[in-house]
Structures are given as C-alpha cells and as structure tokens.
Ligand binder design. Structure first.
Ligand code: CMP
Length: 860
C-alpha cells in the first residue's frame, strides 16, 4: 500500500499539500521488482512513469558491441520513465533494479489528468527532463572530447620529432620532395619501400600529416602481427593453429566484424578502416598481407566502402592506406607477392628510400641531429664529435641504417663523460649473436649464481692487491738472487696469467691491483681529462712498444734470476698506471696502454669463454643502455661489439646490469677463425711480427750463436750495450724482412699487405711468448720452496724432496707448443693467402720465414 509519507519523499511532489497527495495516491499503482530485474527497455513504447519509493535503479545504455554502461543511478524519491511519456517517443534508456525496488507507477492518462489539475506537476516534470537532457548532453560532449583526445593521443604518440627527412644529400632532398608530392595527391594507396631502419614509418607519418587528412586519426597495422581476434576463452587454440589465423586476424584488425560473424570471435569489433575514417592506416610489411585481404583492399580502393564480416550493413569512408615494405615495387611484382591489381594501384604512388650507406653525406648531419635529441633526453651538453669519431661513422656501412645510427649515438651519449664524443664511444659492428658452437654458461644454475653475485670477480682485488704490493716490496728489498718473490713473478704469476686466458679470458684484469692503486691515489676525484684521440688511436701501438721493451729488458737485465730488475720493472709499470689514471681516470691505463693487457687480449682469441650479447635483443628491446651508461663498463665497451670479446675484462657488470638478459658468458671451442676475426686492426699485425722478432732477438743473442759470427767487431762484443744492439738489429731486421715479403703479396695498398701478411705470425708470437714464461715454470719453479724456506730463516734445513717438485716431464710442452703455433701460423697464412690472393712469391717467402723461425725456436 502506498502511503502519503511515501509520496512526500518524491521530488516532483515536494511542495504538494497532503490532501492533494491523497488524491494522487488513488491513481498510482504499487509495483515491486527484484534486484537485477529489467524494468524498462530502451526502444520500447512508453505508457507510464515510475516513482521510486524504496531501492535504487540504474539507467543504462547498450553500445553497438553489446556492452552495457550505466548513465546514472536513481534512488528513493526519484522518478524515471517520464521522457517517453512527455515526448511520445520510445524509451530512451534501459532501467534495471540495482536492489529490490518498490515503485509507484502512473500511467499516461492519469498523468494527463493530474497535470490538468496540478499544472505545477507539468512544470516540475519539464524542469526535470530539461535538467536530465542538459546533463546528458554535457556528458556526451565530454565523452566525445575524451574520445577525440584518445584518438589524437593515439596519433600524437607516434608524432615524429621532425617535419622532414634530415640530411643534405641529393637522395634526401628527393625523399622530401616525394613525400610532399604523395601527401598532396588524392591517391588512397601508397607504397614506401626501403631497407630495415631507413625510416619508412617516419615517411608514412609525414605523408599522413602533410596530407588533407593530417588532423584525422592515423592507425598502424603490422601485417606480420595483427592484433589477435578476441576469442571465446573456450575456443583456445595452440600456437601452431595461430598461423592459420593470420588472414582472419588481418581481416578483423582492418575491417572489424559484426555480431553475426561465423568466426569464434566473442563480440563486435570495429576495424582500423572504420576508426581511421578520414585519416590513414599504415600497413607495415604489406608483403605479408594475405592474398584474400589484398583483394579486399583492391575493392576498397576502387569504391571506398566495405562490409565487416557478420555485420548487417556496409561502412563507407575515406581512408588513405600507406603500405611499407623492405622490397621494392619491382621485387614485389617479380616475386609475385602482391596482387597484380594492387600493384597496378600502387604504381606511380611509391617512395623508395635509399639505404644510409648510399647517402653518406647525411651521416654527419643525422649524427648532429640525434646528438641534439639525446642531449635533451639525458640533459647533457655534449658539443659534438671528434674528427676520428665522425670518420668512423662515415666509413661504416650501417646495415641497419638510420635506426642503427640513432642507437649508436644514444649509446655514445650515455657512455661519454666528456664534452665531445670520441671514437672510443662509437660502438659499431654489434654482432648478431652466433649460437653455433657455443654454450651459454648461465644455463648451469650454480655457475649463474656464482657469476652474477655482486663483487665477482672484482672483490678478488682484496687478495691480489696485497699480493702485488708484497711482490714489489720483496723484489726490491729482498735478496738479488734466489728471491722467492722474483721466482713467484716469473715461474708462477706470469705463466699462470697467460694460461688463465684460455679458461677465463681477460678476467685477470678485473681483479688487477694496478688500476685500484691508481684509483686510490685519485681519491674522490670525479673529473678527469678527456682521453685524447691520439691515445685511443695509438694506444695499442704504445702498449706493443712497451711489451717489446719489457720482453727485451727481462733478458737484458736478467730479471728471471735477479730480483731488483723485476722490482724496478713492476714499479715502473705501477707508476705509469697511476699517472695515467690520475690524468685520464679509471681504467684508461688498462684500456689504452697496459702492455700486459695488450698481450693477454691477443690470447683471448683462443680462450674457451667469451662474453657477448645478443644484438637482436639490444637493438629491439633496449632503450636504457645500462651496460654502457655512467661508466658501468670499466673498459667503456658494449658487450655486443666484436672488439668486446678481446678487450672485455669479464667484470660481468654488463651481465648484472642488462635487464633483458642479452649479455651472457659463453663456453666455446677456440677456432682459427676467431684469430682471423681479431686481425682486423693493423696493430695486431704489428704485435705478431714484433713479438716474434723480439723473442727471436733475445733467444739468438742469449744463445751466443751470433758470437762466432761477430768475433772481432766491437759492437758484437759482450756486455749490456752489445746485447741491446743485437736485440735492436735482429728485431729491425726480422720485422723489415716480413714487411718486405708482405710487399710482394699483391699490388694492393701497402699498409694492408703488411697488415694481412704480418697477422699470420700471430700464432707463432703467442706460442713464443707462452714458451718464454712456461720455460721458467718448468725449469725454475722447483727453486721456489727452498728459497721460501731460506727467506723464512730456515736456510740451514735441507728442503725435503717433496717440496721441490720436478716438472721435468713438462719439458715436452715448449716444443709441442712451438710446433702447434708454427702449424697454426702456416694454416692461417694459407687461409689469408687464399682469401686475399697473395702472390706465390710472397706466400712462399712467408712460409719459409715461418718455417725457419719455428726451427730456430725449437733448437735454441
Ligand atoms: P524514458 O525515456 O521514458 O525511459 C528511460 C528512462 O530513463 C527515461 O525516460 C528517463 O527517466 C531515464 N533517463 C534517461 N536518460 C537519463 C539521464 N541522462 N539521466 C537520468 N535519467 C535518465
């Protein structure tokens, strides 16, 4: 039963006297609806209106895709259903009970009669409808604005930073002119072709923006990965079946589908062609568009309307299709990839973008442009590039075009601490990771756990630092002969240092105490001089020079047996490391000048481990460049660069930093090819030839073979100066001979002849160096225990036999190593000669020299 009190709470009866309400109650009919019941349905005829006495209802609309959304909720005292009554139109919305609802229903006739008695009721109703309409309109406007904003955001997301292609080459001028022309044409389908990374999407955006529909939406479909169809969860398919869905997925992404579609789609979907009305759709990799969809596009281009599958009516609109492909129109036609009719529509409407290597004039301009962008992004003030850096950029072939250049500049910006980008910050030639013959060591959980622990291996410096300081102190202050520290240096440290490279690459450098002492001396100093280009370019040559001086002075000053010389040598190296660190900061010494670092970096070619990164991951997923940022790599390297595996000190910082898991440590079989890879710098040939020459010089001189030959000539007389003179003459003679023989190689560029011919000696050089120190381990290490006992003050004791290990059985090793080194050098020579077409004379002469050197190393 409806009571007067019930009506007192109804808004439209607010000021009505109680007696009037009693009269009204007689015309009302009480009704109840359970929670969730639909009270009114949109579109139904309206014959009555309702007043809510208890409970609440939701006023809802259903969209075309069948989804229902609430416009408003109404509660006690509010009315609904009045609009259809007053306007004489069908119900404008659905009304659903949100809780159990009790209402009072007033039918049309009774309302009319009441209005004639109470005109105030009409006024109140009209006011209510007006209010609801205004609010509804405002809400609708808001939704429209919001939708527009979403759409404009959608395009703004992809808004390019530039209004034209950057560059000053003729090709770029032509690209800009073609973009302008294509944008202004009426053509509703355009093809942009170009290699990966040439900027096809930028061109597509510019054509859209500069065209008539530039302010309309722009959508993008990657034909290889169309958005998946919304399928019923019950219709789950496996990955294999997904490839079969490419065509339906492309169709539904472009054209959408209606409610009656026969596919397993869940609901209605609006396609990009409908959403982009008046604007453009970019079809990336059009060559992957299925033939069926190509035909649909042809039909659309002919008469701009389409009917989504399962929809009742066709949709018409005007959308410009901008297709991109890495193949040219001719290739698409020759390889019969595109429908002939589609090809006909595309002809004359194409833009072909040349690769970056074909428009090298653009490189410096583009580099400056990206530098400006990244300066802004990273709040830096880098003023430009050094001349060598620009030369590097210009000389490179850019297989991934402008995208690669952009990434290289970004890496350079994040890794540089100075105000110019120098060549060492330009990371080129990122490798596509070769998996064959390699095993990811991180797949072994224990190894992964150990290697990714912070402080591995850098914390080992807490052991190596006192060790080296002790060696320096002992070699200088201890006895000259039989000095245990000296024996440790030559019979243990040096040979084990080289042997460690086979198993752990250059990881000794990660825990080498020399840079640590340098950093100590620098204290908290943060700013250093920028490493000059001279040092980056000539550093390896200086390091090789230093190595030759070390090899020769070891023999000249008899360091293997006399400790003071060793002490002075270690002190000089330490002083050089400290001064370089003081001037140029952390790791400048290791990276550019350290002779020992240079030596062991050459051995990394035969190392069983390597550090690398999957460049595909770096190129596609990485935007943070954490591995090179803020000096995270102490050597200033990128893990994916070829040079990385040679200079990398295995500090594993990049492995820990990389969020994408791109950096990893591989186990691999050392191969001759790896050696070939390392020989791309002229300094590698210089290293190989001069190391062989130096070892030969000291061996020949020390063996005394030349003494008979030199009898009577003063310079060949014994003594320090005489030995030095012999070293220099033999070194220069041998190096000169190799250069001369290399000049016979072919009529190519002089430097290149030497660099290729000379590099073939690398295996001989590595075996000669290894043997030099292995000799000390085999022949002298047994002295170490007794010298330790002696120094400890127990000299009177006879050292027991078990403390003086006899390594004589290892004597077979040096000749075996020499033979292996010689054979590998000969094989490498053969390979290089075949690859680069050495002349027969040069090839034979190199062979003879190698053979002779091998023999000499075996007998002396
Ligand atoms: P009617 O069109 O007869 O049926 C649906 C009812 O929902 C409508 O009358 C109104 O009472 C109510 N309604 C529709 N739109 C709104 C709105 N924007 N705000 C409040 N109520 C509404």
């Amino acid at each position: 039963m409806i009571a007067v009190e019930d009506l007192l709470g109804v808004g439209i009866f607010k000021d009505f006297p109680t007696e009037s309400l009693e009269g009204i109650i007689a015309r009302l009919q009480e009704k109840s609806f359970p929670e969730g019941a639909r009270i009114l349905s949109r579109g139904d005829p309206g014959h009555s209106m309702f007043m809510i006495l208890n409970g609440s209802v939701a006023v809802t609309h259903g969209n075309e895709e069948g989804a229902e959304y609430t416009i408003t909720t109404l509660g006690n005292g509010e009315i609904f259903g009045e609009m259809a009554l007053l306007a004489g139109e069908p119900r404008s919305a659905n009304v659903r009970a949100l809780s159990d609802v009790r209402v009072a229903e007033l039918n049309q006739e009774d309302l009319r009669e009441l209005i004639s008695v109470f005109p105030k009721l009409n006024e109140a109703l009209l006011r209510l409808v007006a209010q609801r309409c205004t609010r509804s309109f405002a809400l609708q406007r808001f939704t429209i604005c919001e939708r527009e904003e979403i759409i404009s955001n959608l395009s703004a997301h992809q808004l390019p930073d530039v209004g034209h292609f950057v560059g000053r080459s003729r090709a770029t001028e032509e690209i800009n002119a073609t973009i302008e022309h294509l944008a202004s044409t009426e053509a509703n389908i355009i093809l942009i072709s170009g290699e990966r990374g040439t900027g096809k999407l930028l061109a597509a955006h510019l054509i859209h923006l500069q065209g008539a529909g530039g302010r309309r939406p722009l959508f993008h479909l990657d034909c290889s990965h169309p958005l998946p169809i919304l399928r019923d969860e019950t219709a789950a398919t496996d990955a294999r079946e997904d490839s079969l869905h490419l065509e339906p997925a492309q169709e539904s992404a472009l054209f959408g589908y209606g409610a009656d579609t026969e596919s397993s789609a869940k609901s209605i979907r609006r396609g990009l062609m409908e959403l982009a009305d008046g604007g453009s759709v970019i079809l990336e990799k059009i060559d992957l568009l299925s033939p069926g969809i190509q035909r649909l596009l042809v039909q659309y281009c002919r008469s701009p309307s389409f009917q989504p599958r399962g929809a009742g009516r066709p949709i018409s609109g005007r959308v410009r299709l901008i297709a991109t492909s890495s193949r040219t129109l001719e290739e698409l036609s020759d390889q019969r990839i595109l429908d002939p009719e589609l090809l006909a529509l595309l002809s004359g409407q194409t833009l072909s973008i040349k690769p970056l290597r074909a428009r090298k004039k653009d490189i410096p301009v583009l580099a400056e442009h990206f530098l400006g962008e990244f300066n802004k992004k990273y709040s830096r003030r880098i003023s430009g590039f050094s001349e060598e850096a620009v030369n590097l950029l210009v000389n490179y072939d850019w297989p991934l075009n402008v995208d690669e250049l952009q990434q290289v500049i970004e890496r350079a910006v994040v890794s540089t601490s100075g105000d110019t980008i120098t060549s060492s910050q330009v990371f080129l030639k990122l490798n596509s990771f070769a998996d064959s013959g390699r095993f990811n060591l991180f797949e072994l959980p224990l190894l992964r756990k150990v290697l990714t622990r912070p402080g591995i291996p850098a914390d080992l410096r807490f052991i190596t630092l006192p060790f080296i300081l002790m060696l320096i102190a002992f070699t200088i202050a201890g006895p000259v002969r039989n000095n245990p520290a000296n024996l440790i240096v030559w019979t243990l440290w040096e040979p084990l240092l080289i042997l460690s490279v086979f198993f752990a690459g250059r990881s000794w450098c990660a825990c080498c105490p020399l840079p640590v002492i340098g950093e100590w001396v620098c204290g908290s100093r943060k700013r250093f001089l920028q490493v000059p280009e001279l040092l980056t370019s000539y550093g390896p040559w200086i390091a090789i020079g230093g190595l030759i001086v070390i090899i020769q002075s070891e023999h000249l000053f008899d360091m293997f047996t006399k400790a003071h010389g060793t002490g002075v040598l270690l002190l000089v190296i330490l002083a050089c490391a400290v001064v370089t660190t003081l001037l140029f900061g952390r790791r400048a010494w290791c990276r550019h000048l350290c002779p020992l670092g240079m030596m062991i970096s050459q051995y990394t070619a035969v190392s069983l481990v390597e550090l690398g990164a999957n460049n595909d991951v770096c190129a596609s997923h990485c935007s943070s460049h954490d591995c090179v940022k803020e000096g995270n790599c102490p050597m200033g390297l990128h893990p994916a660069t070829e040079i990385g595996s040679k200079e990398c000190v295995f500090c594993l910082s990049c492995v820990r930093m990389c969020k994408h898991g791109a950096a990893r440590v591989n186990g691999r079989m050392p191969r001759l090819d790896e050696l070939r890879k390392g020989g791309e710098e002229p300094s590698d040939a210089f290293f190989a030839v001069f190391v062989v020459a130096s070892v030969l010089a000291v061996k020949l001189t020390d063996s005394g073979i030349l003494r008979g030959f030199s009898a009577g000539r003063s310079i060949w007389n014994q003594g320090l100066w005489a030995a030095l003179a012999q070293y220099i003459v033999i070194t220069m003679f041998f190096s000169g001979l190799v250069i001369l023989v290399s000049r016979l190689a072919f009529t190519g560029e002089k430097k290149r002849d030497y660099w290729l011919g000379g590099y073939a000696y690398i295996c001989l050089a590595l075996s000669a160096l290894l043997n030099t120190y292995l000799h000390e381990l085999i022949y002298e290490s047994h002295l170490l225990p007794s010298s330790l006992v002696h120094v400890a003050g127990f000299g009177a004791l006879n050292t027991p036999d078990w403390l003086t290990p006899n390594l004589a059985t290892l004597k077979i090793l040096p000749p075996a190593i020499t033979l292996t080194g010689g054979a590998c050098s000969l094989a490498l020579l053969k390979r290089l000669a075949g690859k680069y077409g050495f002349s027969a004379a040069s090839y034979r002469a190199h062979q003879a020299i190698m053979f002779l050197v091998m023999m000499l190393f075996l007998i002396i």
